[in-house]
Design a protein around this ligand. Structure first.
Ligand SMILES: C[S@@+](CC[C@H](N)C(=O)[O-])C[C@H]1O[C@@H](n2cnc3c(N)ncnc32)[C@H](O)[C@@H]1O
Length: 265
């Protein structure tokens, strides 16, 4: 992505976020942004080139050397799955867990955007449903990744279909909660926990900040205390990792995996 396009994409996002906040419709700017981009992924700030949410040099080297990722790149002119997700999927514990049952594990990709992470989950071996609040994004993702048997849906995390309650072995969210504020954010975290099956996993990959740190610009990185609260919904924290990306100054990221207790509500 060129630096000019990147700046333009951020400016559009800032303008639309403010415009819809003013209208008291804080979730509607996502659809407006995808519509305005008119099929150009470079006008989506999280369209996903190496700079967007990518990590340090060592990790990039690992990324470039994974077979999964090099094949994954082919159908996309721009964008890629989030590296922390690829690394998490590549962990031995994860691979063991994935192949334990006879049938395929069901994964839900929350706020799927242009679909890169959903494709990575599919390639790792999950049966994937991916959704986004933006109908335009979902159609775009489905078009881009049409060769993969992924179910794409336009849905709002805050109004999940009843049939999705406790349905998914893995609920994976990357960079979505951090885009939400106030009441929507709290409700969204709670909504994520409802989707996970007993003994299933919730994976959160996000920008992070220390509890006493005041963020300057959107997104609003998650605090460890926000992640810790997830245990109150019947989960145990089973993996936590911190990353710094390769920007100056570097941004902190968290990868947080929680496992649902067998009797969670
Ligand atoms: C910052 S983007 C991240 C996209 C993608 N997960 C990634 O890693 O690149 C946040 C995404 O969440 C979607 N989103 C925001 N609020 C949502 C909600 N309440 N329900 C479903 N999707 C939502 C937005 O439309 C956007 O595509």
């Amino acid at each position: 992505m060129s630096e000019d396009k990147r700046k333009e994409a951020r400016k559009r996002a800032d303008r639309l976020r403010a415009e819809f906040k003013e209208k008291n419709k804080p979730l509607d700017w996502f659809e407006a942004l995808y519509q305005e981009a008119d099929g150009d992924p470079e006008l989506i700030p999280w369209g996903g080139d190496i700079g967007a949410g990518s990590l340090g040099k060592e990790s990039l080297k690992a990324q470039n050397s994974t077979k999964q990722n090099s094949t994954f790149h082919n159908p996309w002119a721009h964008g890629q799955a989030r590296l922390p997700l690829l690394e998490w999927l590549d962990r031995d514990e994860q691979k063991e867990w994935l192949k334990a049952p006879n049938s395929k594990r069901l994964a839900l990709d929350v706020g799927c955007g242009l679909g890169h992470n959903a494709v990575a989950l599919h390639k790792a071996g999950y049966q994937v449903t991916a959704f986004d609040i933006s109908e335009t994004a979902v159609k775009w993702a489905a078009r881009n990744a049409g060769q993969f048997p992924i179910e794409w849906e336009a849905q709002n995390l805050l109004k999940m279909p009843e049939g999705w309650s406790q349905r998914f072995d893995l609920v994976s969210e990357t960079f979505t909660i951090q885009a939400l504020y106030g009441e929507e954010r709290e409700l969204a975290i709670k909504a994520l926990t409802k989707l996970v099956s007993p003994k299933g996993k919730l994976l959160i990959i996000c920008r992070g900040r220390r509890d006493d740190e005041i963020p300057k610009t959107p997104p609003l990185p998650l605090m460890p205390s926000e992640l810790d609260k997830i245990e109150d919904y019947g989960f145990v924290s089973t993996f936590r990792k911190e990353y710094l990306d390769n920007k100056t100054p570097a941004n902190l990221h968290f990868v947080a995996e929680f496992t649902a207790e067998s009797d969670k509500e």
